[in-house]
Every structure is written in C-alpha cells, then in structure tokens.
Design a protein around this ligand. Structure first.
Ligand code: DHB
Ligand code: FE
Length: 288
C-alpha cells in the first residue's frame, strides 16, 4: 500500500530557483534563506519518497486564462519545464506517476471532487522551485516521480480554505488506498504573505505568517475557517496561495511532528517559509 511519509510546505518564489540555477546561494542576500533550508534538506535526503504529490498553482504560464480549472491533476508520463518568458530553467524534465495520478483522479471524482485532468502540462516555477527546495542538485533526473495537483489561486473566486483542507483529506485517503507499495511525499507550495501588484504591492504581514506557520501543525481547522477575503486582506492578493498548504496538511494523518521550519524576509518582494512535517501515523513502525 502507498503511504504519506512526509509533508513539505514551501514558498515557490521564482528567484529562489534562479539563485540556485545561477550559483548565488552563498551570496549575502540569499545565504540566510538557504541556511534556513539546510536541516530540512538533510532530513528529506535521508527519507526519500518514491513519488511527490505537488500541490501548486500555475501562474498563467502553461494554463491560459481561457480555461481555469479550480482543481486539476496531471496524468502525463512526463512534464516539460515551462518557459516563463526568460527561457526554461535548466533543470530536468519532471517524470510523472500516471498510475497514481489516474487512481487519484478516480478516487477524487468518486468522493465528489469533480476535478479536471491535465493530460499534457508544462510545469512552471510553482512546481519546479519546490522540487529544487527538496533536491538542489538533481543532475540528469529528479530523485522521484511527480503527481502535479493544480489549484486555482489566481482568479477569483478561488476555492475556500475549508474546501482545500477537505480536498487534501480526500487526496490523503486516495493515496492510502493505492494498492502499490509507494512512499509518497506531499508538497504544499506558495506563500507566505505577498502582493506583487497594486497599491499594496510589497505587503508583508509577519504576524499573520508566523501565526499561520504555528497553526498549520496542530490547528489547521483555524486556518480552514478563514475566508478568501481574510487571506487576501492579511496575506495579500498572492498570499492567498497559502490555502495550498492546507491541501498538503489535509493529506497528512493526524499524527504528525514538525521536523523543521524557517521564515525569511525578503525573497523577491515576498515573505518566504518552509515547514517540514514527518507523518508518524503512516510510518510502518507505528502501524498496529
Ligand atoms: C513571485 C512569484 C510567485 O509566484 C510567488 O509565489 C512569489 C513571488 C515573484 O515573482 O516575485
Ligand atoms: Fe506563486
């Protein structure tokens, strides 16, 4: 049977990827952020998953504004890295896990999440930067296969935080009912507080971010209770990406422990964070 072994919440700021791609991680601007990642990276390298289910949003790079699915799952054998206007990142293509994808699609539709399927998809920084946060030097190939899970966070109305949390629970159940032996890591990406345009561009709300970072572990219900207007007001128009962390959290068991977290301002114009959780409920040594 498949198991969720850990969950990683991480910002997906494009310049974090660019810093890695251009050898700038030791520069004074970036060093504190990457130093903050180090303990999590070490732990993840010691607990490699077979598959990463990566919950992210496309930023109108691969999915145009003509058709905006609220939730979608990639079902392809592989996903090319999107050209976001400055050439493709020089990272390996993303190898899919189509059997798990198709299982998730079927189970989710049967649980009344009538999601779209993406049978062809280029993946943008929302997915590739978190993969680089997990594995900074993939060489020729990423160390795991990937199931992309897309959430619309850019066009109103975004799904509610409560719906995202329930979506995550349904994903967790579906993963655990996959008959093949597979170690699965779930990534929730985006955030933290940021607003890239408009009168409040550059908004950072450290108090809200730190409260969210605390609650995501043991009181996700408090985060699920917030409206989308709450998220936009407190965290900014793009800070609403944080609802995707709730999908990750919902997919984990109730028995989790925090391995590491880090919070850093600024990365680009944003607050960036990472939070890594071990899923104890699904570890073989605790199984009854
Ligand atoms: C930026 C873009 C993002 O998608 C994000 O989540 C944070 C920052 C940026 O362009 O700076
Ligand atoms: Fe984003």
């Amino acid at each position: 049977m498949a198991n969720v072994i850990w969950g990683l919440a991480t910002s997906h700021v494009p310049s974090i990827g660019a810093a890695m791609d251009n050898g700038k991680t030791e520069d004074p601007y970036w060093k504190p952020l990457f130093d903050g990642y180090a303990p999590a990276r070490k732990w993840m390298a010691e607990h490699p998953p077979d598959v990463a289910v990566i919950v992210y949003n496309d930023h109108a790079n691969a999915i145009g504004m003509d058709l905006v699915p609220t939730f979608a799952i990639g079902t392809a054998d592989s996903y090319d890295v999107a050209d976001e206007g400055w050439g493709r990142r020089q990272v390996p293509p993303v190898v899919g896990a189509p059997q798990l994808s198709e299982h998730l699609v079927r189970e989710l539709v049967d649980s009344s999440f009538d999601i779209a399927t993406a049978n062809r998809l280029d993946v943008d920084h929302g997915l590739t930067v978190p993969l680089s946060v997990y594995c900074s030097e993939p060489g020729e190939a990423w160390p795991c296969t990937v199931v992309p899970v897309l959430v619309n966070v850019i066009q109103s109305p975004q799904p509610t935080a409560a719906r995202c949390y329930e979506f995550g629970k349904a994903i967790g159940q579906a993963i655990r009912s996959f008959p093949q032996d597979s170690k699965v890591a779930v990534f929730g990406t985006g955030g933290m507080s940021h607003q890239l345009a408009g009168a409040r561009a550059g908004l950072i709300n450290e108090q809200f971010d730190r409260w969210f970072l605390k609650k995501i572990e043991n009181d996700p219900e408090a985060l699920a209770a917030l409206t989308r207007e709450d998220y936009v007001r407190e965290a900014g128009t793009e800070g609403i990406e944080m609802i995707m962390w709730l999908v990750m959290r919902g997919a984990m068991s109730t028995n989790i422990s925090r391995v590491h977290d880090a919070y850093h301002v600024p990365a680009s114009n944003t607050a960036a964070a990472l939070a890594l959780f071990d899923d104890l409920g699904d570890r073989p040594e605790t199984a009854t």
